[in-house]
Design a protein around this ligand. Sequence first.
Ligand code: PA5
Length: 377
Amino acid sequence: MIEVNCNPEIDAKKTAGILREIAKDKMGGWVNLPRKNDMGEFVRIKEAAKKINEESEYLVCIGIGGSYLGHRAIIEALRPKFDTEIIYAGNSLSKRELDFALAKVGDHDFSINVISKSGTTLEPAIAFSEFKKKLVEKYGEKEAYDRIYATTDKKQGALHDEAVAFNYHRFVVPDNIGGRYSVLTAVGLLPLAVAGVDVDKLLVGAAEAVETAVEPAIKYAWMRYALGQKRYDTEVFASFEPATMYFNEWLKQLFGESEGKQRQGILPTSVIYSTDLHSLGQFMQDGRRNLFETIVGYPTDELNRKVVQAVRIAHTDGGIPVLDIKVPSFDEKGFGELIYFFELACAMSAKLFGVNPFDQPGVEAYKNELKRLMAEE
Ligand code: PA5
């Protein structure tokens, strides 16, 4: 069970109202998802993963933001013994990165999982078109299309339409779940299962958290809000496990996109210690005092625990509020709990700041500008 070390003042009535609002929101489908995951879809995911494992040395996962960060975070953290290795593409427009990924696949057998809820985001669309070309050249159209797994909207969007037209394997991003809250849907579960992560255990952890994470999430959300009302406008997520770097990235996206709107929110940033004690450590100890630190404390060995203690004491002495989130286990179950805990805490926190946790108008703004510039060419 996740534990937090803070005891902020909590308005119980307001909290109950917010919890109700989140669960009823048209984008609140993730709230009860771990308890009633669509078993039919889950079986299809496992079957698809088995087929990919049998046929492919690489699975090219194409997606950006909420369409890739969650599953990448878990895969990088748990370092499963890859049945099929995952290669990521479509999260930038860098030709260098795309060429690198194409070269890495080389002549190996591969399949593609293209993930885009809207089905229109440019970065994944461009990477998909390149990898699809390679797939068709290698296998011919018929087999190529049987190696494409599209995770997208149930009824609409360019990717949906293409998947129907060419008979790709299709998985659904539910209407009522947005990208950054979607890791426990097919968005995350298919690549995770392919990589050899135990998705059953992940869902068990998340399902337990539907009950056990509520109280700690409430405390943490109110604590963030209280700090945000003072001079603390920056939260530094600190982890002492280098393999969780992408979990930090997922956290930044979750909080940044959910909370940073209408000139509100706390800027999320992150560090990996000890590495960053030798870069940002100086600022943390002694720089401008507008930040607080949230230690995401994974179970660790004795030596690493010493540095956690040292940091906690030194940074508290340095005038930084230090919050602790204790993660029960460094495995699928622990990450299942952690994901649910942070999703709930984040949605609550955004509501406390008075903003909608589930939209991302700022992201749409850049997407539209990019499309406009591309159309001018
Ligand atoms: O959390 C979100 O909603 C965003 O980060 C999206 O996941 C991201 O913009 C990608 O969008 P799409 O899946 O529509 O390509």
